[in-house]
Design a binder for this molecule. Structure first.
Ligand code: SF4
Length: 158
């Protein structure tokens, strides 16, 4: 299950916030911070080059994109394609993405996916797991959260 990490985002000016400098990058290397890639809640909204120094300075990143069909393919090496159906997952796999899929329930896990680590053990968080970095394994989790959101998701599945 996704959780909050320290935020580095991109302002309308196109600058990373907080602005990246050598000190921030040195701190990121020293503390081995976990980085969640996001920009306007969608990392690919920013050019990859903006995030690249931070990505290179950190040892653990997680990130997700709904724009996996249209974004710069370089993001495949860092982000998970967010998908809501097996059809979308298979399409994303065909394009070389690892996926993060919401399942109607746990029985829908496919052999090509594993459950989110936090779903298996709530003591495991994204900051320590880091599985969702685009490189490892496709991940899935049964729909969760507010009842109205679960209901709306299930309606998309029928
Ligand atoms: S698999 Fe790991 S990184 Fe991915 S959402 Fe679950 S806890 Fe976070």
């Amino acid at each position: 299950m996704r959780e909050e990490s320290p935020d580095f985002s991109v302002a309308e000016s196109g600058e990373c916030q907080p602005p990246l400098n050598d000190q921030i990058l040195a701190i990121a290397r020293l503390l081995k911070i976990a980085l969640r890639l996001t920009a306007y809640d969608e990392a690919t909204a920013a050019p990859f080059s903006i995030f690249q120094p931070l990505i290179e300075a950190t040892q653990l990143i997680t990130g997700y994109t709904h724009r996996w069909e249209t974004c710069d393919p370089i993001w495949k090496s860092y982000l998970m394609a967010s998908v809501e159906s097996m059809g979308q997952a298979q399409k994303a796999w065909g394009l070389g993405w690892k996926t993060y899929r919401i399942l109607p329930d746990s029985s829908h896990l496919s052999p090509d996916e594993m459950f989110c680590k936090n779903y298996q053990d709530t003591y495991i968080t994204c900051n320590h797991c880091g599985l969702c970095n685009g490189k490892n394994q496709s991940v899935a989790i049964p729909v969760h959260g507010a009842a109205f959101k679960q209901k709306a998701f299930r309606e998309t599945q029928s």
